[in-house]
Design a protein around this ligand. Structure first.
Ligand code: FAD
Length: 342
């Protein structure tokens, strides 16, 4: 369906860069601002508009925020039947929007919802999808979207193109791209999308939402992260890191080894299969510096590594390295902070 024939110049029928303005409980997800930043750059290169797709129940009030962060247009669909996300309803509505309006590019955050939704839309609109991208560029020569993501266990970066199908679709890993700056003087239009959603067709019904008591932390948002690795040797080691993080006004991060050992929840995991973070300060304690871990924290402004092995790979990316036993060093750092406070 969405095959575009280069011989007939069908590519030119598809225009505009879309982003999925994911909202939960009528609040935009942080990744939306990252998508807007990328979309704006691309749209300026391609000389087209940025359209934010906003759907939900009573969500129109979010439109101006999207415009202030770079959208030229908000494509809005409101219906009380989609107060909560369901794969079927969202994928039907967005696929219909795509069919009618023919965007050239569509970006979604690689959140739980984005990862669920994007493949369904790609299948419905018969186009390709590159999941979990960490870099996006427009090819200077032919204007195609170059979508880059880690492949083969993070050992290589693969750049993928979608030459003959439209739209070009990508999910983008949260926390990697820079957020769009806010400009309150921007103006844009809100277009209400007309679609008769047949509630009967939605086979999944949400009966109740039970929120898990949250131990989750938004480490992607933190300015200071104190991260622990297998060098902690035991679950209780994280209590020490928690104390340091609290002193510094930060949060605790973790390597996958510690998550796999059940010492801490996955929400804290930094790296290729965890979260990508770029805090002002990242303190890596007892983390060896495996490529998959580095992939998630290398863009931190300052990296401090504490490791008893002077040859640990983490020291290669660290701005400051402390060679020694973390159980000696961290209490001393905490004491020094206490002394400053006094
Ligand atoms: P280790 O490599 O065991 O390192 C422990 C370090 O602690 C050592 O350097 C040691 O010298 C030091 N140490 C020991 N005792 C002390 C002490 N008392 N004081 C100070 N230092 C001490 N890993 C991630 O972290 N995030 C990911 O998202 C991720 N994704 C992956 C995806 C794939 C497909 C694969 C194959 C692997 C992935 N990994 C990921 C795993 C990764 O390869 C490493 O195995 C993992 O990062 C190692 O964790 P670590 O540094 O805590 O442990």
């Amino acid at each position: 369906m969405a095959y575009v024939d280069p011989a007939k110049n069908e590519h030119s029928l598809y225009k505009g860069v879309w982003i999925f303005a994911e909202q939960r409980e009528r609040k935009l997800m942080p990744v939306v601002y990252e998508l807007l930043g990328e979309a704006r750059k691309m749209a300026d290169k391609l000389n087209v508009e940025v359209v934010a797709v906003l759907i939900g129940d009573k969500v129109e009030h979010l439109s101006q925020d999207l415009i202030n962060h770079g959208a030229d247009e908000v494509l809005l669909y409101e219906n009380k039947a989609i107060k909560n996300y369901t794969t079927e309803a969202y994928s039907k509505i967005i696929s219909k929007m795509i069919e009618e309006k023919k965007p050239e590019i569509i970006l979604l955050g690689a959140t739980h919802i984005g990862r669920d939704l994007a493949p369904r839309i790609a299948a419905r609109t018969a186009t390709g999808l590159t999941a979990d991208c960490t870099n996006l560029e427009i090819d200077e020569e032919d204007g195609k979207l170059l979508m880059t993501r880690p492949a083969f266990g993070g050992n290589i970066m693969a750049t993928i193109v979608c030459p003959n199908h439209r739209p070009q679709m990508s999910t983008v890993r949260p926390g990697v791209m820079k957020k769009a700056e806010e400009d309150k003087s921007r103006s844009g239009k809100i277009t209400k999308f007309d679609y008769a959603l047949n509630e009967e067709e939605i086979r999944t019904k949400i009966i109740e939402i039970i929120k898990e008591a949250k131990h989750d932390v938004a480490i992607e948002e933190a300015e200071i992260i104190v991260a622990g690795g297998r060098g902690l040797a035991k679950k209780e080691g994280f209590e020490l890191l928690e104390r340091l993080a609290k002193k510094l006004g930060g949060v605790v991060g973790a390597s996958r080894a510690t998550v796999d050992s059940g010492w801490i929840s996955q929400a804290h995991q930094v790296g290729q299969t965890g979260k990508t973070v770029r805090p002002k300060l990242y303190i890596a304690c007892g983390i060896s510096g495996a490529i998959q871990h580095i992939a998630g924290m290398k863009d931190s402004e300052y990296i401090v590594a504490i490791n008893k092995n002077p040859d640990a790979a983490i020291f290669k990316v660290a701005d400051y390295g402390i060679v020694g036993d973390l159980y000696d060093i961290i209490p001393k750092i905490i004491d020094s902070i206490d002394n400053i406070d006094e």
